[in-house]
Design a protein around this ligand. Structure first.
Ligand SMILES: [Zn+2]
Length: 273
């Protein structure tokens, strides 16, 4: 499943390839992914210029003068810039056609989404899918003080809270285990028991972990977008994730694993308290 670092690398690629270009035509080959793809998209977008490509959580936002095309890659989606005339593959559901190339969405499992948010309805962050998202991990609003403030009275395990995306977006399963290890916090710790100093460490650790994944992804973007829709995580050098029984890279004790709400969690009992 594409996570925030993958989506950010895709955004950065689309900003370089598609931004500033005028849509010539739209080919809509599937009526729906997770939700219907607006049938009037061809009329809406033909002749319009992509002003910028932004991201909110794992949603890509293609900004036009009259609204935003909201794209989510779901479980298996890819969106890639292809040269004109590139042959279609199975599951190529949508093309934005430009003079210089085609922006092509492929999604075998169809859990992704393509939606239109009109400028008349206000900024896209007010869209129902985006309005309840937590803060962006690289925004100024995200720091230890925010984590501390938002977790008073919250007894949920800190890892569950991170995965929920309600306080901060983009900390998926791998990144939650890795960030908590870097911050030396045990994943099962109730969120309200964690003090300000440890939350300062956690906020820094989350940024470092995601930045490392984005940096790793920059060099593998080509593989990611040209894959047959399976995506896959970047080659992040994991400290604990998927290393059960192997020696902790800090203390040498075996890395432990436990399942929290059906998701595998990895941690070091000596380093994380
Ligand atoms: Zn350790």
């Amino acid at each position: 499943m594409p996570e925030l670092p993958e989506v950010e690398v895709v955004r950065s690629g689309l900003a370089q390839t598609a931004a500033g270009r005028r849509v010539v035509a739209v080919e809509r080959r599937a009526p729906a992914l997770r939700w219907p793809i607006p049938a009037d998209l061809p009329e809406r977008l033909a002749g319009r210029v992509v002003r910028s490509v932004e991201r909110r959580g794992k949603y890509l936002l293609l900004a036009f003068d009259h609204g935003w095309l909201i794209v989510h890659l779901g479980m298996s989606g890819t969106i890639a810039w292809s040269p004109p005339g590139t042959p279609l593959r199975a599951h190529d559901h949508l093309d934005l056609v430009f003079d210089a190339g085609v922006l092509r969405l492929n999604d075998p499992r169809r859990f992704g989404a393509v939606l239109w948010h009109d400028a008349a309805d206000g900024p896209p962050h007010g869209h129902p899918l985006l309005a309840s998202l937590g803060v962006e991990p690289f925004s100024e609003a995200f720091d230890g003080a925010l984590l501390f403030r938002e977790t008073r009275g919250r007894r949920v395990a800190i890892k569950q809270l991170l995965l929920s995306g309600t306080v901060v977006v983009g900390v998926g399963n791998i990144y939650a285990s890795e960030s908590l290890f870097r911050a030396r916090i045990r994943p099962s710790t109730p969120a309200h028991r964690i003090g300000r100093e440890r939350y300062d460490r956690l906020a820094r650790a989350i940024r470092e972990t995601l930045a490392a994944a984005i940096a790793a992804g920059g060099s593998t973007l080509r593989d990611f977008v040209s894959s047959e829709g399976t995506g896959g995580y970047f080659q992040l050098e994991c400290l604990v994730y998927d290393r059960a029984g192997e020696p902790c890279r800090v203390c040498g004790d075996p890395v432990r694993t436990v399942r929290q709400q059906q998701r595998a969690t990895y941690w070091c009992a000596r380093c994380q308290s």
